[in-house]
Design a protein around this ligand. Sequence first.
Ligand code: SF4
Length: 61
Amino acid sequence: MKYFVNENCIGCGLCTNVCPEVFAMSDAGVAVASGNDVPETQMESAKEAAHGCPVDAIEEC
Ligand code: SF4
């Protein structure tokens, strides 16, 4: 499974704290997903980050 950060991101930083292996902040101040398949070991924290996003900007793809 992969994740995608949509245009709703407000750059709060939650996802990058919860799952830094998958999410990072861009120079534009918004989050970006790694674009790779999420490793089994990171599935739980990636899901937690997606569910915790205050503006539902993290989508599965
Ligand atoms: Fe953006 Fe949501 Fe991540 Fe916050 S948790 S940085 S709003 S994608």
